[in-house]
Design a protein around this ligand. Sequence first.
Ligand code: G3P
Ligand code: MG
Length: 376
Amino acid sequence: TMDSASKTPSGNQISNFGFAFDIDGVLMQKSTPIPGASECLRYLHDKEIPFILLTNGGGKTESARIQDLSEKLKVPLTLDNFVQAHTPFRTLEHLKGKTILVTGGDPIKCREISKSYGFKSVVIPGDLHVHHRSIWPFHYYPLDDAYRPEDYADDLPKPVREPGVDTEDTLKIDAIFVFNDPRDWALDIQIITDLLISRQGYLGTRSNKNGDKSLPNAGWQQDGQPQIYFSHQDLHWSTGYHMPRLGQGAFQGALCGVWDLMTKGKPLVKTTIGKPHAETYFYAERVIHHYRKLVLGEEGDRSNKLKRVWMVGDNTNSDIKGANDFSGKSSAQWPSMLVRTGVWHPERDGEPNPKPTAGIFDDVMHAVKYALEFET
Ligand code: G3P
Ligand code: MG
């Protein structure tokens, strides 16, 4: 009957809409839930209204972060409804067998994350510093006292001889990843720029290929050097301090500034994902489709196509811009909702730009109520 076709296997009404929630500044303030957030997620969970958490955050494995957030928000979350900024990197199959350099908030954890994605050979800047103290002349304070490179020695790729060149064996890096907000900017920028001007990614070499010979670093990014991937570019994020704090976008800006000085104005060729980039929204929408099937059953998904995803965010440049831009690219609509609990602040920032298409709300609870009223 019509009736059973419009119900989920457990008897809830099947919805043709869903939600995408930003985390920092919408659901959480650092490690504390924002009032109402937990109630919202539990309500949606109980009513089987599909939602995903779509964050530019990261720095922990998805499973570790989910466990932590499930406890704090008191709602069962799973890998099926969770996307961190770096989660889409797991699809870069062509790099899984290569050697990658990874940096981020806690590089040891970032190594763990990349291994969980299937990357086999992963180096962090700390490894390189420990093995070549002179690579960075200043003192380096590993964040984690537990960092003992010998624990990872077996993981480390073996140095290789650069073909046709009579030098010492050196490490060849095939790609560079920035997973979340690096803390050792100076060391990281030194090593990343070393690689970007190397011959084909052989650490400690210098390319002279083609390039403008008048420049001190003539072989910049045109000699098979590793590509650089950033997981997002948020300049600011909301942390619980009364003003937004610098995020990965600030690190990217610093690296670009040094690169500009080194190459006299050559733009840094890079790949950046995360909100507001369409790649991340495509990925997120695939995750929602998959999750809808799990929650609503195959039939529920087939008979009731996804029509709308309400994006609730606090950052106009990432959450709101991303949803607005993506609305035209997807068969579903992505109405955007801006909350007052995060990065955006009316007195400080004035009118939001870009504008949230569904409006401005005091907090996530008000946003969800509005969307639910709209849908019924
Ligand atoms: O590093 C985290 C931050 O830049 C943003 O996280 O959840 O607000 O997208 P979120
Ligand atoms: Mg946010």
